[in-house]
Design a protein around this ligand. Structure first.
Ligand code: GRF
Length: 204
């Protein structure tokens, strides 16, 4: 299938950027209906920056400490993403909660990946939360972002077993493998219109 028009994607990441890399790898395959146009990060030491440079993707750093209020910071972050040119914002290990002054500028076109089967274990240390609870199955979720913590509408999930001798690290690795598979798939579903964005607008 030939895609006439590609969805412009901006990734926001704070750290390692392995999901960002999975999206880069997916777009390098032929006929992917999206293109990553920019990386935005709040952390000048993020490993994701190296990945952007290697892939020839521009990056912008917006540090929280340069802004007084959270609303001012969120507004500057949205400016760096450039709402008028961006069809979809993908959070990939972005370690802050996005406020209304950011979300209002993207009309629901913001998604996130979380390393648990939501609505179980939202927030930080989801893999450790799953181990502490003693669940036998965990996984990952790609979801739309609203003002809550990991509360938006679910797009795709993938499940993995939790093994008796798992540590947070071993479980995280098993989940990460699935994250790298379903995140590009979720972007593809949105780019092709197979999944409707809540509050959708015309895509740039
Ligand atoms: C992933 O586990 C993701 O689910 C969570 O943060 C981690 C980011 O990892 N939101 P990476 O930076 O993509 O490698």
């Amino acid at each position: 299938m030939q895609y006439q028009e590609k969805l412009n994607v901006v990734v926001i990441a704070s750290g390692r950027g392995s999901n960002f890399q999975a999206l880069i790898d997916a777009q390098e395959k032929k006929e992917t209906p999206f293109r990553i146009v920019r990386l935005v990060t709040d952390n000048r030491d993020a490993k994701a920056i190296e990945k952007a440079k290697k892939a020839g993707i521009e990056h912008h750093i917006v540090e929280r400490k340069r802004f007084g209020s959270r609303a001012e910071y969120d507004y500057a972050l949205a400016d760096a993403v450039k709402p008028e040119e961006t069809g979809l914002v993908c959070l990939a290990g972005y370690m802050r909660i996005l406020g209304k002054s950011f979300l209002d500028r993207f009309d629901g076109n913001v998604i996130n990946i979380h390393p648990a089967l939501l609505p179980s274990f939202p927030g930080l240390d989801a893999q450790q939360q799953a181990l502490d609870y003693g669940v036998k199955i965990s996984g990952c979720t790609v979801h739309f972002v609203d003002e809550g913590v990991d509360t938006g509408k679910v797009i795709i999930q993938s499940a993995v077993p939790v093994l008796a001798d798992d540590s947070a690290d071993s479980l995280s690795l098993r989940i990460l493998e699935q994250e790298h598979r379903i995140y590009p798939e979720a972007v593809r579903l949105i780019a092709t219109g197979a999944v409707q964005v809540p509050g959708a607008r015309t895509k740039p």
